[in-house]
Design a binder for this molecule. Sequence first.
Ligand SMILES: Cc1ncc(COP(=O)(O)O)c(C=O)c1O
Length: 387
Amino acid sequence: MSSATRRPNTNCIHSGTRIDPAVGGVNTPIHMSSAYLQPNPQAPETCYPRYMNIPTQQAPADKIAALEHGEAGLVLATGLAAITIPILAMMRPGAHAVFQADLYGGTHHFILAEMERLGLAYTLVPETDPEAIAAAVRPGTTLVHLESPTNPTLKIIDLAATARAVKETNPDAVLCIDNTFATPMNQNPLDLGFDVVMHSGTKYLSGHSDLNCGAVVTSAARMKAIRETAVNIGTSLAPFDSYLLERSMKTLAVRMERHNANALAVAEYLERHPKIGAVHYPGLPSHPGHAAAARQMRGFGGMVSFELGDSPEAARAAVQRLSVIASAISLGGVESTITFPAETSHYKMTREERLAIGVTDTLARLSVGIEDVADLLEDLEGALAAL
Ligand SMILES: Cc1ncc(COP(=O)(O)O)c(C=O)c1O
């Protein structure tokens, strides 16, 4: 059975894994070498970790490609590298890029700091509707980079409609998406007309808050250029981290089932709570993007954000009262964590930029883990009672 016909749980476990037949262990061995024998000195390319061509690195790359229904995968040292390398590979003087304004803070900062410095032209689109995104596309637009659901406000873009609208405007514009929040278990943008999928593998793909990594999936032809830029810049994933990533993805499907179920229960609880303001979760029928999310996602993910308390002080005091849910940055781990994006993922934005995309001083972002949901609800109940 090929990965194209196997189902997602089977692909999580078996796709990409490279058994060493001489030994027979069921896992991909960790090739802990930076120097490789060169049987043919004339061979132009030998194994070298920065070239990302050793089996330990290829295993997770092939696994994520199978899960995202793409031809080729690449794993990189960070999620931000997985976003910036394809952009740098595709941009050139005179080209233009379109970005959603509402993006992960690190991506937003890359645009303002690095693209500005290199003189690369771009447009930030505040709206999330397909027509507004397509309206920013010009004849010279090389790429369109989006997120859905967005970090941290969980906005939803109708991916199929956006892909159609963008390609009608400019068939050469490459559609890229950061699929970190959804994961390939919940959403496969390549099936909806997108060309490149990026991940912060630091989050759900690795899932245990012990690893920084990223992944890109696209066609074999497009990957050639992206890989070349990645080799030139030098952002390969180390062998042991590659091993951890592949091992972790074996449980991605079962982890996501629990993340999805727990987050829905937590979002429903928060929405009913008299002291909680707006709750953002695409699985709630009240979410403005719920219909599009229900069409394009198989589950709504593990991330919930909500307005907590009347003041930043009250919000932070409530978080201090939590005992199961940890106050911590990052997301997507088996353990539940909570943070205020204004102080963490989006701290480099100005207050005006933050408020324009809904990142208020009291917006809490909860990464719902896979603990017993009753314990999470009890923890929240205790912390919110004193609001
Ligand atoms: C949606 C999203 N994309 C990309 C990144 C960057 O990933 P990394 O921190 O692994 O570089 C993050 C990190 O928080 C993120 O939340």
